[in-house]
Design a binder for this molecule. Structure first.
Ligand SMILES: *Cc1c(COP(=O)(O)O)cnc(C)c1O
Length: 369
């Protein structure tokens, strides 16, 4: 018997996460130097200059362990979000926080609910714990939010052993979102021993009247966990830092399973500085709206269907051509994201790039199509 056979069966069956192809890798393969990546929903504007300043300073003391309690970042976040510091758990990216929730509540006797086409990491953390996945069928292709979460279907799959429900608002890879009144009534109907995770990775990008800030429900619902990240609008995905806000009691639990130094020195300093630059966030949000409109207009003009998106990406239906379009774009130095791992083989997910990046992609697409 090989040592691999001794590994937990749920781990042996796990499929590794398939990330967007790194720019350097494609450039090496093609022998070019100007590839563009529209595959991981990164901020095309980069990050705030305030972040650059503190990184230089913080890098002078990397011989020291980081502040395991992230005191100053939590203080700044608490002030900004109107919550208490003891409600905030820091993660090595918000993916880390999703893992903390799973490890705190799921084992082989428990189950977790998420929607078909929901962010892949939910499936991964649930399986890594050996828990059962209760996957709710998504909205149909003609719905107002095509392929989006169907909250009625999610409620219907809840069972006695359900311990966690994962909701992405907006969801990746669909870009679909949930309205305030519908999400609120869902939360009110879920039994309060079940943890509800609301993943708001794209929160700061959303500019829609009925889109909720789920933090407002925390006081009423001690089973709620709201996750956010510095990877998306704040533009520091490479530093790996995210967080969740919950009741102090849940926060205390997560801090017991959390690795003591999961927020590193540079990330803590950068995140704190990023919170000070509202102008950068506003500029990023505006630029994203313009980019989305530019993309939608182009795809409309070329008769290509897409899922309306509240995020910083657009998931476009290329039909049976998807794999060929992906490859052809790659050959032209442009990386987008296949979503075949979500069983959405007809689609490609394209991040909202800068205007020049989008123009470069559309020029290539004109050619390919
Ligand atoms: C990008 C993304 C995250 C954030 O991941 P990090 O670990 O914070 O970089 C979380 N949830 C969803 C739905 C995402 O798309």
């Amino acid at each position: 018997m090989s040592v691999i056979d001794s590994a937990l069966s749920q781990i042996r069956q796990l499929q590794p996460y398939s990330p967007g192809k790194p720019v350097e890798e494609l450039e090496r393969e093609l022998g070019i130097g100007n590839a563009i990546k529209l595959a991981s929903n990164e901020n095309p504007l980069g990050f705030s200059p305030l972040v650059a300043d503190v990184l230089t300073r913080a890098s002078k003391h990397v011989e020291l362990y980081p502040d395991a309690n992230a005191y100053y970042l939590k203080q700044r976040l608490a002030q900004k979000l109107g919550v208490e510091q003891n409600q905030i758990t820091i993660g090595n990216g918000s993916n880390d926080v999703l893992d903390l929730v799973a490890r705190s509540f799921l084992d082989s006797s428990a189950a977790a609910v998420y929607s078909q086409y929901a962010f892949m990491v939910y499936a991964m953390v649930v399986q890594a714990c050996g828990a059962k996945a209760q996957v709710a069928e998504a909205m149909g292709s003609d719905a107002a939010q095509p392929y989006g979460h169907d909250l009625d279907a999610m409620r219907a799959v809840i069972a006695d052993n359900t311990a966690v429900i994962f909701i992405a608002n907006p969801n990746n890879p669909t870009g679909t979102w949930l309205e305030s009144d519908k999400l609120k009534s869902f939360i009110e109907q879920v039994p309060e021993h079940i943890v509800i995770v609301i993943d708001e990775a794209y929160f700061e990008y959303v500019d829609l009247e009925r889109y909720p800030n789920s933090l407002q429900w925390l006081d009423q619902h001690p089973n709620l966990v709201v996750t956010r990240t510095f990877s998306k609008i704040y533009g520091i995905a490479g530093l790996r830092i995210g967080y969740c806000v919950s009741s102090p009691e849940l926060c205390d639990l997560f801090n017991r399973v959390r690795q003591p130094f999961n927020g590193n020195t540079l990330a803590l300093a950068a995140a704190q500085a990023a919170l000070d630059d509202d102008a950068f966030v506003e500029q990023s949000r505006r630029s994203n709206q313009q980019g989305l409109q530019f993309m939608q207009a182009w795809f409309d003009k070329h008769g290509l269907d897409y899922i309306p998106s509240a995020g910083n990406f657009l998931t476009v239906r290329f039909g049976g051509d998807s794999a060929r379009v992906y490859q052809s774009l790659l050959e032209r130095g442009i990386i987008v994201r296949p979503v075949a791992n979500y069983n959405m083989t007809d689609f490609l997910r394209i991040s909202v790039g800068s205007k020049p990046q989008l123009e470069q992609m559309f020029a290539a697409l004109e050619n390919i199509l």
